[in-house]
Design a protein around this ligand. Structure first.
Ligand code: ZN
Length: 290
């Protein structure tokens, strides 16, 4: 198994340092859409898709509210499809996509991979189709046009799974290698989950949007810049589930630091730690946000 870390969507949200805790100014922040491409003996597996080619072609696929707030850069070369081609593969060879949830910044690339089965929790598919993700953001976060052409879904129940470091997980994802697990982590959305990967030399735990900033794990006391704190509050559907799962992840990061490496979808520091040679973060944006 070989794992590639891809940034499938740079965004420059308003607030700068107040949003991401590290940009120099207070105008534009800098966040990523951290996705994974896994080479397996069952073909290519993509974990989350960021923004897709159709989002780049038609910005109105995304809600105006989030385009204005998050300032997604929507560049063709940052799409998973373009980066997979740049790695020498064909997007048609992506057989499976595991998606943490169906928010617009995770599901945008689903239709760029017509031969893929899409794996996620049944609950997430149900609430996303109904656009039930909060009174104001529900119809803006979930954009069914991003997935209405997906032909093959593989849906899993939340809970009642096998244990994984104290979490429930789904171990047997249909057609996927047993090293890839789905770990339900509700709170940000009703059917949100993380993806755990046994690399053979430790676990990678991709938590999606279960937390947003690297300071939220790895230490007893949570640190999160005010902008990201606000964004998480605005997007949550179940506060106690979200904070409870975040606490469990923080504890996992402390108790099993040598065994499990956690990272989330949007933290630039974690992405650069995992993918130091990645060409996916445009230099101009890095300079602006440095
Ligand atoms: Zn997100």
């Amino acid at each position: 198994m070989r794992i590639h870390h891809l940034n499938c969507g740079t965004s420059c949200p308003w607030g700068g340092r107040l949003f991401d805790g590290q940009s120099r100014g207070l105008v534009h922040g800098h966040i990523v859409c951290h996705c994974l491409l896994i080479e397996t003996d069952r073909g290519l597996v993509l974990v989350d898709t960021g923004f897709g080619r159709k989002d780049v072609a038609r910005h109105e696929r995304l809600a105006g509210f989030f385009r204005a707030l998050n300032q997604p850069q929507l560049r063709e070369r940052e799409t998973a499809a373009a980066q997979i081609r740049a790695l020498g593969f064909d997007p048609g060879d992506v057989r499976h996509i595991v998606v943490t949830h169906l928010d617009f910044d995770h599901a945008g690339g689903l239709e760029d991979f017509p031969n893929a089965t899409v794996h996620l929790t049944a609950r997430e598919k149900e609430v996303a189709d109904a656009q039930q993700g909060g009174p104001f953001v529900g119809v803006r976060r979930y954009r069914p046009g991003q997935w209405d052409e997906v032909k093959d879904w593989s849906l899993y129940p939340m809970g009642r799974g096998e244990p994984w470091f104290g979490f429930d997980c789904v171990r047997d994802l249909a057609g996927l290698p047993p090293e890839i697990l789905l770990v339900p982590l509700a709170g940000h959305t009703w059917g949100h989950s993380g993806v755990a990967i046994d690399t053979g030399s430790g676990w990678l735990m991709y938590v999606g949007d279960a937390y947003f900033h690297h300071g939220e794990i790895g230490q007893e006391v949570r640190h999160c810049p005010p902008g990201m704190r606000f964004y998480q509050w605005m997007m949550e559907v179940d506060r106690s589930a979200r904070l409870g799962n975040q606490q469990r992840l923080r504890q996992l990061s402390l108790d099993h630091a040598g065994e499990v490496t956690l990272f989330c979808a949007h933290d630039r520091t974690e992405f650069e730690r995992q993918a130091p040679l990645s060409r996916a973060v445009p230099r101009s944006l890095t300079r602006r946000a440095a």
